[in-house]
Design a protein around this ligand. Structure first.
Ligand code: ADP
Ligand code: MG
Length: 584
């Protein structure tokens, strides 16, 4: 059987899965839509639900719904879902498992291997957490690649020779920018920069803060303590934010947001742009830094590629135009491009295709520490071994020395980051080299760093005179505390055994309409919602609400007749939210 390797964009907000089918990389629809919300929940019966269904109950059932788990990846925390608590790796594994199983259903073939993308600025711990999530979902993660690199690969495959591109990726939770050069069939990343805590979620938060303030002024009620009200605000304001990408104004109305007063707000694009400008300025600082690192200036850039949902904000495009005098563009759907690049890389690794060769880099500097007496007293400072923007895989050594005569052991500490001082960088791990020979101070120890294609570090320290070596693949904290066996037990009640769909009788029946499984679900939801909506129309509701319900039902019917699952999905979501408030 051919070695199928899928590509997965495991996003903060949305996730996608792509695969090479007959020489073409396609993003597969999940539940009828290529974009699956990265949302995990429990339904009223305690059954695990993932994707749009979980997103739909975000407001109705906040304690049973988890959102934006990617922001917590690599942290040693547990999040509550229903009665139990789960690690970020476990929650992420539910998302990956859903993508895998939905894809298996369509391809009628088990999927065991994947390339998964992460923000370029994800550190060691976050990368390992992503690998662990893959394993928990029953996937061998054959490669972790950086999101902007995946996007570059998808663009680069069609790019002209000798083209220099900027990939600007602003998603829900993270920002990444990369300078990419395409030459002789090689897509080479020259520099990457980013911010793992900057994205559309932050724009939503600014709007929420604004609404809370307005509400307080008007009604003297503080909504900040009211988790449920805050979630409702987040949902409506995120929607209003998207409206502001196309319209100069957006009206927001939420009834009885605090149980007594309605929230009514008109947002103006101009004001909104003033709110988010400082955040967008931060993305431009990153952008200039990555150009400087690549020894380029804006005029050397031929193309700016926009990736991620938040780049649909007109101000993003406006600022790039103003600052770079370039027309940024979306040549490939900005929501799907990262998954497509991952799918391409998967098919290259599987030996199915030979398109572009990819040269990726590390966006971080990796150092060990040594004591310096430069300023009189002995201070610990970082000795860079692998500098940022070094192509991967990278293999470099430095020598450090013992401080005392007959020093029996030496501690090797490893840091990630650009600062000279260890305390300003991220600690990656440390270990002791013991049993050193009796030697005067200055006994050389060679510290060797191997950074693999996944951006994962292996460190070896060797006493030069004896060749005594101590080698570790640095076990970072995130991994340390996540025992895979325990994690499997913890999630087993929700996911049961993995049973890849074997090609066979049952599978053959669905083969004729491969994408229909998801569509079916959407249709059923639409039918349910329609019934509930019609029941409400019989009751005593306001004419405006009645109108909105009728309109939504009408729009759903139109979407169904056009087989437009994306639109149907959106209408379902809106109607479900609306019904929920009205039925209260
Ligand atoms: P991630 O990579 O984090 O999963 P996506 O690339 O899917 O994120 O982008 C999600 C973000 O894009 C969300 O913050 C969402 O609100 C925002 N977004 C989606 N569509 C628009 C739009 N039309 N205008 C502005 N922001 C948008
Ligand atoms: Mg993304």
């Amino acid at each position: 059987m051919n070695d199928l390797i899928v590509g997965i964009d495991l996003g903060t907000t949305n996730s996608e899965i792509a695969i090479n089918q007959d020489g073409q990389v396609n993003v597969l629809p999940i539940h009828g839509n290529p974009i699956m919300p990265s949302c995990v929940g429990l339904d009223p019966a305690g059954k695990l639900i993932v994707g749009q269904a979980a997103r739909n109950q975000l407001v109705a059932s906040p304690d049973n719904t988890v959102l934006s788990i990617k922001r917590k990846m690599g942290e040693e925390i547990r999040v509550r879902l229903g009665e139990k608590e789960y690690s970020p790796e476990e929650i992420s594994s539910f998302i990956l498992r859903e993508l895998k199983q939905e894809a298996e259903r369509q391809l009628l073939q088990p999927i065991r291997k994947a390339v998964i993308t992460v923000p370029a600025f994800f550190n060691e711990r976050q990368r390992k957490a992503t690998q662990a999530a893959g394993e928990l979902a029953g996937l061998e993660v054959v490669r972790i690649i950086n999101e902007p690199t995946a996007a570059a690969l998808a663009y680069g495959a069609g790019a002209k020779e000798g083209e220099t591109m900027l990939v600007y990726d602003l998603g829900g939770g993270t920002f990444d920018v990369s300078v990419v050069v395409v030459e002789q069939g090689v897509v080479e990343v020259k520099a990457s920069h980013g911010d793992t805590h900057l994205g559309g979620d932050d724009f939503d938060q600014l709007l929420v803060d604004h609404a809370v303030l307005q509400f307080k002024r008007l009604h003297n009620v503080d909504l900040v303590q009211d988790l449920r009200a805050l979630r409702r605000l987040k949902v409506v304001l995120e929607r209003a934010k998207r409206t502001l990408s196309d319209e100069p104004y957006a009206a927001v109305r939420e009834e009885y947001i605090d149980g007594q007063h309605h929230l009514e707000l008109e947002l103006e694009r101009h004001d909104y742009e003033q709110m988010i400008l400082p955040l967008l300025e931060r993305t431009l600082t990153c952008l200039h830094q990555s150009l400087t690192d690549a020894h380029l200036s804006p005029k050397d850039v031929q193309k700016v590629m926009l990736v991620g949902g938040a780049t649909r904000t007109p101000l993003v495009q406006g600022l790039l135009q103003e600052r770079l005098q370039l027309d940024p563009r979306f040549e490939i759907n900005p929501d799907l491009i990262v998954a497509m690049g991952a799918g391409m890389q998967g098919s290259v690794i599987a030996g199915q295709s030979r398109h572009s060769i990819l040269v990726d880099i590390t966006p971080h500097t990796y150092s060990t520490t040594a004591i310096s007496f430069r300023h009189g007293e002995g201070d610990l400072y970082c000795v860079p071994i692998i500098h940022r923007n070094t192509p991967l895989p990278a293999s470099k050594s430095e020598v450090v020395y013992t401080m005392y005569d007959d020093q029996p052991a030496a501690k090797v500490e490893v840091y990630q980051g650009e600062d000279e001082l260890p305390q300003s960088n991220t600690p990656i791990g440390d270990f002791l080299v013991e049993g050193l020979s009796k030697a005067p101070e200055g006994n050389p120890i060679v510290v060797h760093f191997d950074l693999d294609l996944n951006g994962i570090l292996k460190v070896t320290a060797t006493e030069k005179v004896t060749g005594l070596a101590k080698s570790v693949t640095l076990d970072t904290k995130g991994q340390h505390h996540l025992n895979l066996e325990e994690a499997r037990r913890n999630i087993s009640s929700l996911v049961g055994e993995t049973q890849p769909t074997a090609p066979g009788q049952a599978a053959a029946e669905t083969a004729a309409t491969p994408a229909l499984a998801g569509a079916d679900e959407l249709l059923n939801t639409a039918k349910d919602l329609r019934k509930r909506g019609e029941a409400l129309l019989e009751k005593n509701i306001s004419p405006e609400d009645a109108d909105e319900i009728r309109q939504l039902i009408h729009q759903s019917a139109a979407a169904i007749s056009e087989n437009n699952w994306t639109v149907l999905n959106e209408r379902n979501e809106t109607l479900s939210d609306l019904l929920f408030y009205l039925e209260d």
